[in-house]
Design a protein around this ligand. Sequence first.
Ligand SMILES: NC(=O)c1ccc[n+]([C@@H]2O[C@H](COP(=O)([O-])OP(=O)(O)OC[C@H]3O[C@@H](n4cnc5c(N)ncnc54)[C@H](O)[C@@H]3O)[C@@H](O)[C@H]2O)c1
Length: 416
Amino acid sequence: MDYSIKDINLYKEGKKKVKWAFQHMKVLSLLRETHSKEKIFKGTKIGCCLHITSETANLVITLKKCGADVFLCASNPLSTQDDVAAYLVKEEKISVFGKKGESKEEYYENIKNVMKRNLHFVVDDGGDLISSLHRNEKFAENIIGATEETTTGVIRLRNLAKKKLLKFPVIAVNDAKTKYLFDNRYGTGQSTVDGFLRATNILLAGKTVVICGYGWCGRGIARRFSGMGAKVIITEVNPLRALEATLDGFYVMPISEAAKLGDIFITSTGNTSVITVKEIKKMKDGVILGNAGHFNVEIDIKGIEEITKNKVKIRDGLEEYTLKDGKKIYILGEGRLLNLACAEGHPSSVMDMSFSNQFLSLKYLKENPSLPPNVYNVPSEIDMKIAELKLKSMGIKIDRLSKIQKKYISSWELGT
Ligand SMILES: NC(=O)c1ccc[n+]([C@@H]2O[C@H](COP(=O)([O-])OP(=O)(O)OC[C@H]3O[C@@H](n4cnc5c(N)ncnc54)[C@H](O)[C@@H]3O)[C@@H](O)[C@H]2O)c1
């Protein structure tokens, strides 16, 4: 068994974190219990490119307990929890490749280490493993199918499919309702505030926070910052989302105007060059900037470096840039997704649903091995089953339709 991690001696701390997370992953726990006896993934090799967190650990352990050989690399150079990686290698005997703070070269080397295993299934977050497999097709020959965890990855894969270049079927786990409505909204909402506070420890009440992008993540982030007493401004390019933000009670304006007003800026668009030097020049002295979108392209860090005369690390996850004109700005987690770079990512209870979608989507691919290459939605029965199991695990009961109600909502004849 090979691996490449920071320090295997960290495993004891990692073990405690993984067990604690599992206590809050009741649906995945149930799936593990039900499917590990039959070893449903026996004889398969699964390559995962995911944030190496305690929740991911519970997914890969579940896959292994169900019979798979699992290989794990990081989906971001800053999101790896080194103690969790150590535990997976030391006690769970899973090949892990990743360490917090790895270079771009190490990041792709680690992806290669997973990619070259003659994989049958791939679990990706952001699309870097799948796109690497498309650049090295000889490694993709045995792949039956893949799953993708996040919005940005799904967009990349749909673009690949549109160009008829996709080599195998991919399930868009992100697009399951039990994923984006909860993980992107409540998970990113809470963990972005968490990452922001761990890195800065400043008072949010009374601050003006500009959130770029009012998608599923942006909605959650805006709601949580607002709940902490901040005044929230939204920037958008989509008129519907801008209208929704307005009626949700937020100020909406272009970034050129918001730049002058904000104390704190958080991007969550999945797009590039949202905050560039042009906007930075309009900002007040002392502003704090962070990104919650998947890639570190939303804030133009390279451009900022070019107008910077001095850079100092202030605290973990917080750097002070003194610009050539004397103004100071502060950047969280090097412009990488700050909820993972400055904190621990989403709470386990929300990842429970995302990773149960991953597990059941892989099972679906295993049971349907001849799907043509395309991007597929998570079957709605899986989505509904996860919602039901999650409610049950929370001890919440709901009503059932009566016969008369079923008849009523399937008829057209009945009116007033
Ligand atoms: N940090 C995390 O843990 C985490 C979790 C889930 C998703 N993500 C990532 O966050 C990003 C957003 O995901 P989402 O699910 O909210 O996507 P989404 O598509 O629901 O929302 C993105 C929004 O950004 C808007 N937008 C695009 N370009 C813009 C611009 N230049 N200025 C202002 N708004 C702009 C779009 O109109 C859209 O409303 C993606 O990169 C996704 O992969 C991160």
